[in-house]
Design a protein around this ligand. Structure first.
Ligand code: ATP
Ligand code: MG
Length: 242
């Protein structure tokens, strides 16, 4: 199998800063995530949670320290390769202008059946669908009408929560060994969060999962919870011990 086969993540003395802000946002943190471990990341707004997970895909480059995944320093990899092999569902996902199909499968590598299945599992076809294999049904809560449904510039015809569900469907098609989820802000409805959690726990049981959550109860059944405060790790323990 191809890297990453295990999904072990080691963060060493990581420092992250934005160009226009002299004090670092992440201030030399270290922690490890075991293969297939489910880790929640919590902390107040501005703590640096999103910044930290963006560094895993080098959307933000480290100014100090390093991140090692299954023995490879990600700074030594090609960025395209890295991003093809790990998945992030960002806090505010960007969609491509075009169709649902090319958003789910930009390289046209998957069958229609796979794409429909991902949409269903991401709760984008409504929850009272008959399992007819196709797209049929007019279930309540249905967001996506079909694979050729238009996606407007920046996905502006969808809400933030719906864009996260589409990013989840994309993740279900891609199926990488490491999945990072940056939950939409607490203003997104609890139902959407709960649907995402149920699906990722079922479909990504064999993957390493990092999930930024805004409610502690979202990650109460996770293996460990990392608490960030002002760019430092203040706790990293099982939810029970916190
Ligand atoms: P939230 O819970 O609100 O999503 P967060 O923990 O994800 O918060 P970050 O988005 O990582 O926090 O932001 C951490 C710090 O970095 C904040 O002080 C923020 O103002 C700053 N920051 C975030 N993005 C940028 C940026 N693009 N340019 C400069 N500073 C930024
Ligand atoms: Mg954030």
């Amino acid at each position: 199998a191809e890297w990453p086969t295990e999904g072990a993540i080691r963060v060493e003395n990581l420092v992250l800063r934005y160009a226009d802000g002299p004090p670092p946002v992440i201030r030399g943190i270290s922690f490890e995530v075991r293969p297939r471990e489910k880790v929640g990341i919590v902390g107040r707004t501005g703590a640096g949670k999103s910044t930290l997970v963006l560094a895993l895909l080098r959307i933000i480059e480290a100014s100090g320290g390093r991140i090692v995944v299954d023995g490879r320093d990600i700074a030594q990899m090609g960025v395209g390769d890295l991003r093809a092999r790990m998945t992030i569902i960002p806090q505010d996902p960007v969609l491509f202008t075009g169709t649902i199909r090319n958003n789910l499968d930009p390289f046209a590598a998957h069958s229609d059946d796979e794409l429909w299945l991902a949409l269903r599992r991401a709760h984008l076809l409504g929850d009272d669908e008959p399992s007819d294999g196709g797209g049929g049904g007019t279930g309540a809560g249905r967001t996506i009408s079909g694979l050729d449904m238009a996606v407007a510039e920046n996905g502006s015809n969808f809400s933030q929560g719906q864009r996260q569900l589409i990013a989840l469907a994309r993740a279900l098609v891609k199926r990488t060994r490491v999945l990072i989820l940056d939950e939409a802000t607490a203003s997104v409805d609890f139902g959407t969060d709960a649907k995402i959690q149920t699906t990722i726990r079922r479909e990504f049981a064999g993957s390493t999962l990092l999930c930024i959550a805004h409610r502690l109860r979202t990650v109460i059944d996770y293996d460990r919870v990392l608490v960030l405060d002002q760019g430092s790790v203040v706790e990293y323990d099982t939810p029970l011990n916190l």
